[in-house]
Write a protein that binds this ligand. Structure first.
Ligand SMILES: [Zn+2]
Length: 193
């Protein structure tokens, strides 16, 4: 699954213009290759449905599911929900409090936090790499006192550096975070901006 930072309409145009979207494995040109199964994603307010585009690489023959950054690979909740949970956990809240606040089952929230903590080191490294590329003047990231805290801090700084450099667009902060980290809790980071 490939996290993309453009709208569904732009995806169609980019795929039609073969070469505008690059294969994450070999940088070859992606072209349309049907659709993946439809899914319903739970957002802060209501649900959002999506039938993701599938694309095929003209060079290595791989197919990729193109997903907008408002959802995470393998998760039924949107980036804004899971991102908020990670932020609250980084601020010291436990999974029960977060579950109540976000109106989600405790077990679901615990799963996100467990995945976030397991991946905290690589998230932090990825976000710090992006941050340094986006803003070479940026000093060291202040330690937040926990692995997840450090990761969230680095992600927030990278997102802010992106907006300062390229300007705000249709993506919310956690959508930008999903895209910058190539899936937040799963997946691989995209090539350097
Ligand atoms: Zn390829």
């Amino acid at each position: 699954m490939l996290s993309i930072a453009i709208t569904q309409e732009r995806v169609e145009a980019a795929l039609a213009a073969a070469g505008e979207l690059a294969c994450p494995a070999c940088s070859g040109p992606l072209s349309p290759w049907g659709f993946a199964r439809s899914r319903e994603i739970r957002m802060r307010d209501g649900t959002r449905s999506l039938t993701p585009r599938r694309a095929r690489c003209g060079r290595c023959d791989c197919t990729h599911v193109l997903c907008p950054a408002w959802l995470l690979p393998r998760r039924r909740d949107g980036a804004e929900v899971i991102g908020e949970a990670l932020y609250l956990a980084a601020s010291g809240h436990g999974h029960r409090v977060i579950a109540r606040q976000l109106l989600r089952p405790e077990g679901t929230v615990r799963g996100w936090l467990r995945a976030g903590r397991a991946r905290a080191g690589s998230l932090r490294a990825c976000a710090t790499r992006q941050l340094v590329m986006l803003d070479p003047e940026q000093g060291a990231v202040t330690p937040a006192g926990s692995g997840l805290g450090d990761a969230v801090e680095a992600i927030m700084l990278a997102v802010r550096a992106w907006v300062l450099r390229f300007g705000a667009d249709h993506l919310g902060p956690w959508e930008r975070a999903v895209w910058l980290t190539g899936g937040l809790l799963h997946g691989h980071p995209p090539p350097a901006p």
